[in-house]
Design a binder for this molecule. Sequence first.
Ligand code: NDP
Ligand code: 2IT
Length: 446
Amino acid sequence: MQKLIHEFMVEVEKRNPNEPEFLQAVKEVGETIIPYIQEKKIYSGHNLLLRMTEPERTIIFRVPWVDDKGRIQVNRGYRIQMNSAIGPYKGGLRFHPSVNLSILKFLAFEQTFKNALTTLPMGGAKGGSDFDPRGKSDDEIMRFCHAFMSELYRHIGPNTDVPAGDIGVGAREIGYMFGMYKKLHNDFTGVITGKGMSWGGSLLRPQATGFGAVYFLKAMLESKGEDIKGKRIAVSGFGNVAWGAVTKAAELGAKVVTLSGPDGHIYDEDGISGKKIDFMLELRASNNDVVKPYAEKFGVPYFEGKSPWMQKVDIAMPCATQNELNLDDAKNLVQNGVKCVVEGANMPVMPDAIAWFQKHKILFSPGKASNAGGVATSGLEMSQNSLRIEWSAEEVDRILTKIMGDIHDSCVKFGAREDGYVDYVRGANIAGFVKVADAMLAQGVV
Ligand code: NDP
Ligand code: 2IT
């Protein structure tokens, strides 16, 4: 089996040199899916996994725009349309200086499996730009978003490809991009999700990724007879996903004790709740990349240059970015008695750290399962737009809760081991693969 996996990875590496994040994501899936394909003969002989690693279409384009000083800036825009077997391409847009082809391909690949897990009809995609929103004025953000959409618009549509937000892309950026799409197409459609409430957005979409991750955590704990109430949680990041997770965790009686930024982390022994959660929104809107002002405002300890994984907690929820929790962090967490690790971000835990958690029978859930609540609610926004109606927050929350519970059940179905330990990585990969693979088989070689 190891030989088959090795041969597959050699082929993928040959086709995608210098793309470490993409290869990392493919390897994690290959390690669980290749043995499964060997077991289930209907999936063998169709080169399905290799086909899934090859984007159906990759669009790379120039984004020229003029800054406040009148200088012409040039950024690079991307959209990776990875797989449309089960529905229109769907996935976020990331604006961050680190954005490159490897990162977007890993995200689009993960998105394909994640979207399949939601049970909704959405294919996989991701896009974005190496544009850095930090320090930019509102006018500059608008001009950049308009320039970006003045090319992207011809490649997307409500039945073709429906983008949304991700790192560096929130309600403001979605607004500017939607405005330009509408102007160029002369068409008011649900082409982007994460829209404002007065122009087609869904209630709870901003909170959905973090809420969904906490619902998933709750299901994991309950499967072990444990309650979320009273648990101490370390969260990383202070952006959209972290905010939703902290809000729901606090509401359910857990105590979130950390937040982090690229500068370091804060430790709040009393737990982050109420006005402190509102302050997270101010921090995010400030367009700075530091979490330190939280420590200054609320008089709590700040650990410069240190990740939150050094703290003693029951649960870890990495919600910032990829590869932010390494083997040493995993060792610290396990030594300090962590029970459960739930990925809110995409691929935040490094492969050797995942192996460490699994070796020590710590419950570990991959982002494609536990952060799927965001895209699931995007799917609900698409449905509402098509029906031209607006569901109440209670209705959206009810469906989101059900979807996260169903994803948890799928992971258990395909990931439960004989000794009772659930391998959520294997479970999520197989459940996602089966849905996409069945559709690809039915549609033939296209
Ligand atoms: P935001 O831009 O709102 O927040 C991202 C957070 O991570 C910020 O605190 C940011 O700080 C920090 N961050 C970004 N890059 C780095 C880096 N290289 N090193 C350290 N910290 C960094 O993004 P989201 O909350 O939307 O996204 C967070 C994660 O969740 C991402 O992995 C995203 O792909 C994933 N995700 C998002 C979904 C959504 O609906 N928004 C859905 C599912 C997953 P700063 O920007 O100041 O550097
Ligand atoms: O990674 C993700 O799932 C997202 N950024 C959300 C994608 C979406 O289409 O809502």
